[in-house]
Structures are given as C-alpha cells and as structure tokens.
Design a protein around this ligand. Structure first.
Ligand code: FES
Ligand SMILES: [Fe+2]
Length: 378
C-alpha cells in the first residue's frame, strides 16, 4: 500500500471509529441460495470466471528456487507451477504427454528434470521432454521439442497469476487495474514463505470468499479469538475495479490519534483484506501476509479445495513465532468461519429456505456477488 493511501485510510478509520459509522450499500440485497448449490451455476462460473480471468495462485516465495513446484487442481484442471532454471514461473498442465498420467503431487523440489511415474518420460523444469525410454517407438515425438501444455503465467510483485486457457493472453495490467500499484507497494518479492495448509471443505467456493467480506460477524463468531483485537464492526470499504479492499482497524490505531496526522499509519494497526477477483483473498496482518484461494470441485458445487499460505519479511529480526501465528490463523478459519459456512451450505442444499440477505452493512458481499453476476452475464 502506498504511503498516501495509508494516510488517507488511517484518517478515515479514526474518523469512522469516532462516529461509529460504517460503509453502507443503498439497500439490502436478497439472493437465491441456489447460486451456492446449483451445478449449472458452477458450470457457468468455471467457464466465465475460472477460465477467462487471471487467477492469483501463489506467493512467488512459495516456489522460491529453480525446481521448486506447487500443484493445484483448479475446477478440475491439474496445474503444475514450477520455478524454471531462468527463475521465471512456468504454468504447466500436470499431465504427461505420453498417456496423460499425473506427473507431480503436492509441493516440493525437483532437480534438473522430473520423470513421469508411469513410463519414465522425463521433462525439464520448463516442461520440455528430455528423455523417453524406447523412444524409437514414438518416431514423431521429438525429445527436446515436445513439451507439456503451458498456460500463460506471470509473477508480478511477489504474486503468481495464471490464465487457465493455454490459448489465451494474460493481461495483468488490465486485470489488476488500480490494485496493481497498491499490491506492488507491499514488496512481496522480499517475503519468505513460512507455511501453507490445504483443506477440502463441504462448502461452495463463494462461501469461502464471503466469509472475509464483512465484519458484522466478528464480535459474535470470533468473540473468543480475533474479535478481541479488532474494533468491533467498524471497517472501511473500497471497490478497486473487480477487486476490493476492506480495512478492519485494531484497537492500537487509537494510540496515534493525538500525534501528527502526517505520520498516521494503518498497516501496523489493521487487518487489510483484498478480495482478488475471482476466487482469492490477500490479507495484510501487519507483520505478516496471508493468501487464501478457493478452487471449486469440477462437478460438486458443495466441495471446495482451500489453500492458505503465510509469508513474512525475509529479513525479519523480530523473533516472532510465525508457526504459532499461522496455527492461530488456521484455527480461526477452520473451527469458526469455515465451520459455519459448511452449515450454511448444508442448509441451503436442503432447499426449503431459498433466499438469504446481504444487509446494507454487508456491502463487501453485495459487491462481490454483483461483480460475479456481471462477469457471468458477459
Ligand atoms: S504416461 Fe507418462 S510416461 Fe507414460
Ligand atoms: Fe470471520
């Protein structure tokens, strides 16, 4: 976040705290719960959202060195992110050119080449076929030329983006819009990956995103955890193109009220959530950052793969226990937010109560669903 934005947001936060004023939509918004349960809605989202828009997939530091890799299944498409020998991130289809076997699982590191577990065709870190046992039986396949299917992918300011269409063009400037310079100012290229966790949850992927988009629930659901440090339900909200920013000040922001406004900060005194269109949130927690992405099962609207990653400055000397901070963050998400969302999914699937409501104070939810609907409409 740029310093001038930070000063503006700190000023706005202190003003809103003083007036107990919330950002509000013009009206409440009623939606049909079938957007979370219907297979047709999921099919439309896969096509219009997940295949057509750049997806924020990882912190660059999750695959920091050449040969580091991460596999992700995105709405049924097996993706292999790998740091190539030249340091660039390769977005590859995790599918062997021979007979389609899955090449790698999870995350890890490979040497100069990696082999398919089925018949040992091996590929270099850019996905080019380098060896092929009994190659005379495949006269039309050229070692050194044949390669894994490649997706347009790019690393921008410490985040890895990928377009799930091998024939498409990745235009990150257009996709990021006003968010680009603000994300760049975080300097994520200088962060270190401290850990990740993956869950499969029985909830629609949008319910995962929804949980980050309002603070109405924080003093209630999180009263025993993060609710103690945040400032009640006060938050700031701003749409940034298709993305959005929510700022939830912590009580410590008040400590600077009597100081010079030119020096007011918000980053050390707030949880700042960026909703990254279509399926992720990037969160600044002050000393560390988190990236949470939600990938729908290809056929089941009620099943989502969630991946959480945690990073902090590589040159940090604070002595903070990052493992403990990550454990706390995972616990809140798992046992508080996602536990409620799995219940919501089951209740909507029962199909008796069709409608749910986003209040005027849930402007972040309203905006997300409006943006989603607009993208589906073309
Ligand atoms: S499927 Fe990979 S080598 Fe045969
Ligand atoms: Fe929450």
């Amino acid at each position: 976040m740029q310093p001038e934005t930070e000063r503006r947001l700190a000023t706005e936060a202190l003003d809103r705290i003083g007036r107990s004023a919330l950002p509000e939509a013009d009206a409440a918004m009623t939606v049909d719960g079938r957007r979370y349960t219907c297979t047709d809605a999921l099919a439309a989202e896969k096509e219009a959202l997940f295949r057509r828009h750049p997806l924020p997939l990882a912190f660059g530091c999750e695959i920091a060195a050449p040969g580091d890799y991460l596999t992700l299944d995105i709405a049924g498409v097996p993706v292999l992110l790998m740091r190539g020998d030249d340091g660039t991130v390769q977005g590859l289809l995790n599918t062997c050119r021979h007979r389609g076997a899955r090449l790698l699982d999870g995350a890890g590191h490979v040497g100069k080449a990696f082999a398919c577990p089925y018949h040992n065709w091996s590929y270099d870190r850019c996905g080019v076929l380098r060896a092929q046992p009994a190659g005379e039986h495949f006269p039309h396949i050229a070692v050194g030329e044949e390669r894994l299917v490649r997706f347009p992918a790019a690393e921008r300011d410490g985040l890895v983006w990928l377009l799930l269409d091998p024939a498409g063009a990745l235009d990150l400037d257009a996709a990021l819009g006003p968010l680009g310079p603000e994300l760049a100012a975080y300097g994520l290229g200088g962060y270190r990956h401290r850990g990740s966790h993956a869950w499969t949850k029985r909830m629609n992927w949008k319910l995962g995103v929804d949980t980050f988009l309002e603070y109405y629930h924080v003093p209630i659901l999180h009263r025993g955890s993060i609710g103690k440090t945040l400032f009640g339900t006060v938050f700031l909200y701003e749409a940034l193109g298709r993305h959005a920013r929510l700022v939830a000040p912590r009580r410590s922001i008040e400590d600077q009220r009597d100081g010079d406004p030119a020096g007011w900060r918000v980053l050390p005194h707030a949880t700042i959530v960026y909703r990254l269109f279509p399926n992720a949130v990037f969160i600044s927690q002050g000393p560390h950052v988190e990236l949470v992405r939600f990938f729908p099962d290809p056929a089941r609207p009620d099943t989502t793969m969630c991946r959480f990653s945690f990073a902090s400055p590589a040159d940090d000397r604070s002595g903070r226990d990052w493992d403990e901070m990550m454990r706390l963050a995972l616990g809140v998400l798992d046992t508080e937010d996602f536990a409620v969302m799995e219940g919501v999914q089951a209740n909507l699937a029962a199909g008796i109560q069709r409608e749910i409501v986003f209040g005027r104070n849930e402007i972040g939810l309203q905006n997300f669903h409006h943006v989603r609907d607009a993208a589906l409409a073309g």
